[in-house]
Design a protein around this ligand. Structure first.
Ligand SMILES: [Zn+2]
Length: 296
């Protein structure tokens, strides 16, 4: 499947910047990277997984005719940082993240390469780069006068999530994978209880009409998508709990049932492999929760 590319930038209330969405299509997990174009420069948010996708992002940066001045990474999953070296090849562009996000990238990078290079081959970037400019919770960077503010959530969808609020009226947020845009969710990191809490924290921070740009799926979604994500996580946890009955793994039959339930709830096959992939991680998380409750 060819990368899907939007012809026109997604409009929003402010005139100070435009957001171009680059989507990888199905083979790249429907991942999004965002090209934030201001009057005189461009900032990229998240870096895609494959070389081909990263080149697509670079081409779109070049098509603006404006200099790339920063590359921001929301969280340390390869589909969001892998392509950074390719996107910034030959350019002196800072790669920006919080220390927490950076630590996860450095911790998992070798293992992810071992796991995925055999599958993606040449399309798995031979060199990856890591963040070299660090931001703290609540810090605002200005690019071409436009404010970009980072907020940290810690463990949630990934081992360390952050999100960025952009623009003077704070009406646009780049939320990484804290919210999935109408596709199935990645559950493998096993912090679903904290993820639910993070959704509340995110909701409290955003204005009611905020526009969310999500790491996968529909490139932009309303604040209502937070509630959809909450319902998805609650149902996933409830179903795994019932099927696992205290065990920290699910057998194949139970996993098949989990797929059935989640697809009934969200009738799409987009990223449905994530449903089974994360089942044992969540079963183990629930078993841990149970053990902690018993200790109290
Ligand atoms: Zn992702």
């Amino acid at each position: 499947m060819k990368p899907q590319q939007r012809e026109r930038p997604v409009p929003h209330s402010a005139d100070e910047f435009k957001v171009h969405v680059h989507n990888s299509g199905s083979e790249g997990l429907f991942t999004n990277a965002f090209i934030v174009e201001t009057a005189r420069s461009v900032v990229v948010i998240d870096a895609m997984m494959r070389v081909s996708d990263a080149r697509g992002v670079r081409a779109r940066v070049e098509a603006t005719g404006k200099p790339l001045v920063g590359l921001i990474v929301t969280h340390g999953h390869p589909d969001h940082y892998n392509g950074a070296a390719e996107i910034t090849r030959g350019l002196d562009v800072p790669m920006i993240a919080t220390k927490g996000v950076d630590a996860v990238i450095r911790r998992i990078d070798d293992a992810k390469e071992k796991q995925w290079k055999p599958i993606f081959g040449e399309d798995w970037p031979a060199t990856r780069r890591f963040p070299n400019q660090f931001v703290k919770e609540g810090e605002t960077l200005h690019f071409d006068g436009v404010p970009f503010t980072v907020w940290e959530l810690g463990e949630g969808e990934s081992h360390w999530d952050s999100y960025w609020v952009v623009g003077r009226d704070a009406s646009v947020a780049f939320v990484g994978d804290i919210v999935f845009g109408g596709v199935h969710s990645f559950m493998n990191d096993g912090h679903s209880a904290l993820w639910l809490k993070n959704l509340d924290r995110l909701e409290a921070k955003l204005s009611a009409d905020a526009l969310l740009f999500t790491g996968h799926g529909a490139p932009s979604a309303s604040r209502a998508s937070l509630e959809a994500q909450r319902r998805y996580l609650h149902l996933y946890r409830k179903t795994v709990r019932e099927l696992a009955q205290g065990k920290s793994t699910l057998d194949d039959k139970a996993k098949a049932r989990l797929v059935q339930v989640m697809k009934q709830h969200l009738p799409t096959s987009d990223l449905e492999t994530f449903i089974t992939a994360g089942a044992n991680a969540v079963a183990a998380e629930l078993a841990r929760e149970e053990a902690e409750r018993a200790d109290d």
